[in-house]
Design a protein around this ligand. Structure first.
Ligand code: SF4
Ligand code: SF4
Length: 297
């Protein structure tokens, strides 16, 4: 069983407990305009070009079956087959392949490489994306294999998947990091083009099954960061069978550096990053509703 991965990050501390290896799955069925993982949106493999790193050696062109030159990278959409030969040949890391095929067992072996550090820190492996559960059988098989090695496994998900997956998700992961973007159906639909009822039902269903869940709310300017939006989210959370701890993820613009690499527009490029005061106020509002919010301020 094969699936597609765009990155594997080691020694991470933010996506679950302890030291973690984070596996980023390619592709997402939502199209959130603020998403900073531009390379995680499409399910298809893509080649990126980091022009400042290029030393103009010409090795990519020699390796390319289509003879595509580095300066022609904007034409890759039409001509490139994303075979990755140029990325393999590039000595400067200027060409990168986002979207490598793995077998589930192969991925589990690769993700388990730092196993000795996981056990020492209470860490493990987190599947992220993209939307990892958009490649469900692949990710579930890799997760089961890791748990068979006694490795803690988490999944970071938008919750946008069919109800039929719920039981399998509940069984396959030690922890679900649930990205709750908004509870308001109109606002969610306007931003993503999708219905959020299934997402909210999946969240309720996982909590009802006793699954260990942490909620992560990406705070997006003009979408969910006003006091009214946060109040609406708080009301929803308080209606859950049990209110999980919440982590607020302040908006940032790191995706601006990826725009050029992937020749893709980032609509939030000019939005100001969130200030410390705004973040503190958002935390205070949720805490005033009795919700446990991570962080000291
Ligand atoms: S990914 Fe393959 S087809 Fe595309 S530019 Fe690189 S070598 Fe050429
Ligand atoms: S192989 Fe890499 S460094 Fe050399 S020309 Fe191509 S992109 Fe630039």
């Amino acid at each position: 069983m094969n699936g597609r991965v765009f990155d594997i990050s080691r020694a991470c501390y933010e996506d679950g407990p302890g030291l973690r290896t984070v596996v980023f799955l390619k592709g997402c069925p939502l199209d959130c305009p603020w998403c900073h993982n531009l390379e995680g949106k499409s399910f298809a493999p893509e080649i990126a070009f980091a022009a400042p790193a290029c030393i103009a050696c010409g090795k990519c062109r020699e390796a390319c079956p289509r003879g595509i030159r580095p300066e022609e990278w904007k034409k890759w959409r039409e001509g490139c087959r994303a075979c990755g030969k140029c990325a393999e040949a590039c000595p400067a890391g200027a060409r990168l392949l986002a979207g490598r095929e793995f077998g589930a067992e192969e991925l589990a072996r690769e993700a388990a490489r730092d196993e000795e550090f996981f056990h020492g820190t209470g860490g493990g492996v987190t599947f992220s994306g993209g939307e990892p559960l958009a490649q469900p059988e692949f990710v579930l098989a890799a997760a089961r294999s890791l748990r068979g090695k006694k490795i803690h496994v988490a999944v970071e998900t938008s919750g946008f998947w069919p109800e039929t997956l719920r039981e399998k998700v509940a069984e396959a992961f030690d922890l679900v990091l649930f990205d709750l973007k908004h509870v308001n159906p109109e606002k969610f639909r306007k931003a993503t083009g999708k219905d959020n009822r299934g997402i909210l039902d999946n969240l309720k269903g996982l909590i009802g099954k006793g699954v260990s869940v942490e909620i992560r709310i990406p705070l997006i300017p003009g979408f969910n960061n006003s006091p009214e939006d946060l109040q609406e989210i708080a009301v929803f959370l308080k209606g859950l069978p049990h209110v999980p701890p919440v982590t607020l993820l302040p908006f940032h613009r790191l995706a601006r550096t990826k725009e050029g690499r992937f020749d893709r527009k980032y609509p939030y490029a000019d939005f100001p990053p969130m200030t410390e005061q705004e973040l503190t106020a958002a935390k205070a509002l949720l805490r005033s509703e009795g919700i446990i919010v991570a962080g000291s301020s």
